[in-house]
Design a protein around this ligand. Structure first.
Ligand code: MIG
Length: 666
């Protein structure tokens, strides 16, 4: 059962919700509402109901808080793409999308805002979705260990209470509310190799040939920003890429899809048609005085398309045609928080301030503000407060609807593909997102690092993302920033082999991360081939999660509800109904401790599934051996999965399957 409670009036329809609900009576049971930032006007229960329903309750630039007492043992899941563990309790999370490549545990925000929480305690559970496109803070037992406090900074919000018998039923009801998750074409379940950047057509061909020669399957090669002419969206640098159409064709013949990046900002340049048309038709974001916002990203000065304005979104979506015409059928949308290196306006302010400091005696506070000055020019809050979106008749200040920008870019592309009759044929995923965009594309989790802790983070982010509808998701395997080691890459691949988006990506200036940058080619081949052996299973489990609005990856407690230990496990995850995953995420070890809630079959793969070592293991704690380069997983008792022979690409996958099953000891 889903009930909606309104607090004030939404600034705009975010598009997150498509399913049905009933109007809640009174106010959110058990929650206390406080209008305004301070403590004035505390209202609860019936009183809150009066306030909650009225439009006047939340005036412009006024926020409200919701508080809820937490039981001692209560756990909180959800929140989609965030840092820290699966149980979100004990930290302050801020929904305000940001391009921050340093995902340390001390951070509060990442690229996405997925405002769905799932509270679980001994005598019940419920879900809560806070639909508000601006900043929302979730203080989940951080300020006060026994209290959850949600602070909606501005505008009204629709609150959806999801009440069902079990956590998984809450998830399913919520997912029905937000609509079916995006399903990519089949080949997107293959392996993808990426790098910022492959700078020339020859480099791309080299990646393809090296994989084929080594017998390592490959379905995708990603093109980062350097395929473009001067970082202009929907252009190609023909000097370095020649005839892109021909390259796409050659790659297709090898069973490989090229997947170019698309950035949110459109370069300001005379003669560049996307820029000129956008200006002429009024499709870019404007400031209060009607002039266009001038920001800077890769190409230097850019304008931001107003993805929240219907005509502008449709127009931007149509631009993808340029690449589709070349045979391209996959995209990744980037920098759509939107990331801002600087704006003209703020740059001016900063230069003026620098002048102020000249010749002054810089005391402690002046010194620090001087030193930080340049650092603050990027993703500056004040910049998000000086441009607007045209939504129907309304002009909405960007910061109040900030979290929708990336989602609407994804939606613009997804809807364009639908108009073109290509639904289901185009791979699409985005860096920034807000619930709702899960119907149009997947997500990757942005600029992680080649750190062991980020391998664990990858695992821990999966269930939350799934709860919020993002099934086609994954991290940059091996880590994006910093230098990777062979050991880390192989361990990370042994988790990535099970995630729908299976992509090795790394940043400019870091150590190369393709398999041929390292020594153990056999291990790499073993892991990637296992992915292709599992092709009869993985996409099937994915489709089932889409159809049933269920989780592809779930915390153990969701499956073994009565098992208290299972609820505490933060470094294992259930995959589909059949499998338990417990990847190694530490260096220099030859295995790890694994908790099994029931008897399972340990499958240890070092050279194909057929030859895998299969060992039944009883419920309980085990030290489970797993060497670097091997992949291990646990098959549940009474379950079976199908597998096949590995092919070099998804297109060539064999139809004949074999079955791996485990009946248990009795
Ligand atoms: O500021 O296009 O997350 O995957 O390689 C960096 C270059 C911009 C960020 C993306 C990353 C991509 C990179 N981009």
């Amino acid at each position: 059962m889903i009930r909606r409670y309104q607090v004030g009036e939404m600034l705009m329809d975010t598009g997150a919700v498509v399913g049905s609900y009933v109007a809640g009576e009174g106010f959110l049971p058990g929650w206390k509402l406080v209008i305004g930032e301070g403590t004035e006007g505390v209202v609860a229960g019936a009183e809150a109901a009066k306030t909650a329903g009225s439009v006047e309750a939340v005036e412009e630039h006024q926020g409200f808080t919701l508080t809820y007492p937490l039981a001692e043992e209560e756990k909180i899941f959800g929140l989609g793409e965030t840092i820290r563990g699966m149980d979100k309790r004990g930290w302050l999370y801020t929904s305000f999308n940001v391009d921050d490549p340093i995902h340390l545990p001390g951070k509060h925000s990442l690229y996405a805002s997925h405002n769905f929480l799932l509270f679980v305690k001994k005598d019940g559970c419920f879900g809560l979705f806070v639909d508000n496109p601006g900043q929302v803070d979730f203080d989940l037992g951080y300020s006060h260990t026994r209290e959850a406090k949600i602070y909606v900074h501005e505008g009204g919000a629709d609150l959806y209470l999801v009440e069902e018998e079990s956590p998984i039923e809450v998830v399913r009801a919520f997912r029905r509310l937000i609509g079916k998750s995006y399903e990519p074409p089949r080949w997107a379940f293959g392996f993808g190799q990426s790098r910022w950047s492959y700078f020339t057509a020859d480099e791309v061909r080299e990646v393809a040939v090296k994989h084929r020669e080594a017998g390592i399957p490959l379905d995708m090669i990603y093109l980062d920003i350097d395929y473009m002419d001067s970082y202009k969206d929907f252009t190609v640098d023909t000097e370095r890429f020649g005839d892109l159409k021909a390259l796409v064709q050659d790659m297709k013949e090898m069973g490989i899809h090229l997947v170019p990046i698309i950035d949110a900002g459109v370069k300001m340049e005379e003669g560049y048609s996307v820029y000129e048309e956008g200006v002429e038709k009024g499709y870019f974001c404007k400031k209060e005085d009607g002039s266009l916002l001038v920001a800077a990203v890769w190409p230097g000065r850019v304008h931001f398309p107003d993805f929240l304005k219907a005509e502008a979104a449709a127009w931007f979506g149509d631009q993808y045609q340029f690449l589709l015409d070349m045979g391209i059928d996959g995209f990744w949308n980037d920098m759509n928080e939107p990331a801002i290196f600087y704006t003209e306006d703020h740059l001016k302010e900063v230069f003026e301030k620098i002048e102020d400091y000249k010749g002054k005696n810089l005391d402690i506070s002046a010194f620090f503000s001087f030193r930080n000055l340049i650092g603050t020019i990027s993703n500056y809050r004040g910049d998000y407060e000086r441009f607007y979106h045209e939504v129907g008749e309304k002009k909405l200040r960007h910061d109040t609807v900030h979290n929708l920008y990336g989602a609407k870019m994804t939606q613009a592309a997804g809807e364009a593909f639908e108009r073109m009759g290509k639904k289901g044929e185009v791979l699409l995923f985005s860096r920034s997102s807000y619930i709702g965009s899960h119907r149009y594309g997947g997500v990757w989790t942005g600029d992680n690092k080649s750190w062991w802790s980020h391998l664990l983070l990858n695992l821990q982010q999966l269930p939350g993302l799934n709860m919020c509808g993002y099934l086609y998701s994954g991290a940059d395997i091996g880590g994006f920033g910093d230098d990777c080691t062979e050991e880390l890459l192989l361990r990370w691949l042994a988790l990535g082999v099970f995630t729908p988006l299976f992509r090795n990506h790394s940043a400019l200036g870091t150590r190369r991360q393709e398999f041929y940058a390292f020594e153990n080619e056999d291990a790499y081949r073993n892991i990637v081939r296992l992915r292709y052996e599992l092709l009869p299973y993985l996409p099937m489990a994915f489709d089932r999660a889409v159809e049933e609005d269920s989780l592809l990856f779930s915390p153990l407690g969701f499956v073994y509800q009565e098992d208290e230990r299972a609820w505490e496990i933060e470094d294992e995850v259930m995959l589909g109904e059949e499998i338990l995953l417990a990847p190694v995420y530490q260096p220099h070890v030859h295995g790890r401790m694994v908790y099994l809630p029931e008897e399972m079959l340990y499958v240890r793969v070092s050279k194909g599934l057929k030859e895998a070592e299969k060992t039944p293991m009883s419920a309980g704690d085990h030290y489970v051996p797993l060497k670097v380069g091997e992949v291990g997983f646990f098959l549940r008792k009474g379950y079976a999965i199908s597998y096949t022979e590995a092919a070099e690409c998804v297109r060539d996958a064999k139809k004949e399957c074999e079955v791996l099953s485990f009946e248990g000891k009795e």
